[in-house]
Write a protein that binds this ligand. Sequence first.
Ligand code: FAD
Length: 411
Amino acid sequence: MRTAVIGGGWAGLAATVELTARGVPVTLFEAGRVPGGRARTAILDGRRLDNGQHILLGAYRDTLSVMRRVGADPDALLDRRPLQVHDRSGFRLALPALPPPFNLAWGLLAARSPQMREKLATARWMRGLEACGFRLPVDTTVAAWLDAGGQTGTLRHQLWEPLCLAALNTHPQCASAQVFANVLRDSLGSRASGATDLLLPRVPLGAVFPEPAAAWLADRGAELRFGHRVAELLADDSGVSVDGERFAGAVVATAPQHLPALLPGIATATAFEPIATVWLQYPEAVRLPFPLFNLGGICGQWVVDRGNGLLACVQSASGAWEVLADDELVAALENELGFGHADWHKVVREKRATFSCRPGITRPGATTAHPRIVLAGDHTWQDYPATLEGAVRSGLRAAHSLTGTGYTPPS
Ligand SMILES: Cc1cc2nc3c(=O)[nH]c(=O)nc-3n(C[C@H](O)[C@H](O)[C@H](O)COP(=O)(O)OP(=O)(O)OC[C@H]3O[C@@H](n4cnc5c(N)ncnc54)[C@H](O)[C@@H]3O)c2cc1C
């Protein structure tokens, strides 16, 4: 009997790829018309653009590996560079191409703007975190954690807080310090070579994984049903029923807000944060000094140079930008960027881009009350905020759980 996967985002696709590779016949149900979920490519004003600018890291090892499995070459599709953080105040942290931890040590010591005393205090704080395995005795907010760690100077405002906002899509005043520490553990604190590298898509996101995955799956006989929103999921001793069709088991890989419709009563995240991506097309000669720039300001947070004059400005988490109409948001960004009026623009707002990653929130794991129904999705990978890597890992774990094989995430 076939297995059902409900949800064709990166989690559901990763689960379907793993099940198919293990010889399990799968039917994938996806409500949308294209694969990718919250990380997909759409046609916007006749251009192939992403619903939101995405940034990957070298630490996304399972994502890179599942890409390779479906024939999507990360080296060709992603622009890999050692991490740099630049902003308008003149702050600059650039990690050199040295093995960890020397890259971070050198990057911190050479950072432009903070005083040497602060750099040394931050290096000691990072060493202390490493010594306790990045485990906090009790979770708190990122702001309170930084206060307690004496991180109150330039590095807090130009590095830790912008990184928290980018990684957790939640303001430091309410974001989970433990989840942020987990992110630091696997990036800046990792001894794995290249973990801190930035990987910026060179192509629309659909071509990075969702579309190659769908083609790979179709070639291997997986049944892909786009435009099918599952309305009913029932389970009994002999398997599960999806909209009346029988399956041996099911992976439910929807976003948290869609979970209770299929599994009533399940406890899951209920607070969400928005993201807006403002696409601005300037003349081809317009370039940023480094393809990722911390714009700060009330509107622009990060801006990514996509090449040929196309900039993606990302507004993360709830904030002042939300009340601005599209034209006002574009005008404010044009002003902050200082390149004049863009030739073309498009604002894409995702109201429930991610769950709000706060201390103590309810997040389910993989298991449910029924052994043949397994959960996947970024929110179920409790170690991480909402990320592509969390989504992919959760999908792989769900597939292994249904096939009775063990899954060990990269360490
Ligand atoms: C604008 C934006 C920017 C982001 N930036 C980054 C970034 O830079 N780096 C990063 O790592 N992460 C980023 N993220 C987060 C990342 O996109 C998500 O963590 C990831 O895509 C979640 O994947 P998923 O498969 O868990 O869920 P989803 O992508 O939400 O997939 C769930 C799928 O289930 C489908 N579905 C729901 N209900 C049903 C049903 N009843 N029947 C059938 N199908 C159903 C939905 O249509 C959807 O396609 C960003 C997210 C957004 C929105």
